[in-house]
Design a binder for this molecule. Structure first.
Ligand SMILES: [Zn+2]
Length: 88
């Protein structure tokens, strides 16, 4: 057996780190650097790519379900819950 070491200029993500970033990645909340690192990892790692696709599908199904079950037109929540203060 021979071991080859590749020199990479960019920091590599491990799978645990990559999977922890998936939700933020899909929400568009990652830094540009994190996004690049994440996408580079997906290119090399079929496991994480498959996990991302599964995750995406789950979100799509959940959103499709919410669309049918509620009248709310917006899929995401507002940033500032001002109504709480107004209620008192
Ligand atoms: Zn991975």
């Amino acid at each position: 057996m021979t071991r080859r070491r590749k020199r990479t200029t960019q920091r590599r993500l491990n799978c645990r780190k990559a999977t922890s970033l998936i939700a933020a990645y899909l929400a568009g909340e990652l830094d540009p650097l994190q996004t690049v690192a994440f996408e580079n990892h997906l290119r090399d790692c079929a496991d994480c790519l498959a996990f991302l696709n599964t995750y995406k599908k789950t979100i799509e199904l959940a959103q499709a379900f919410l669309k049918h079950s509620t009248a709310a037109p917006k899929p995401y929540r507002p940033r500032c819950p001002v109504d709480i203060e107004a209620g008192r």
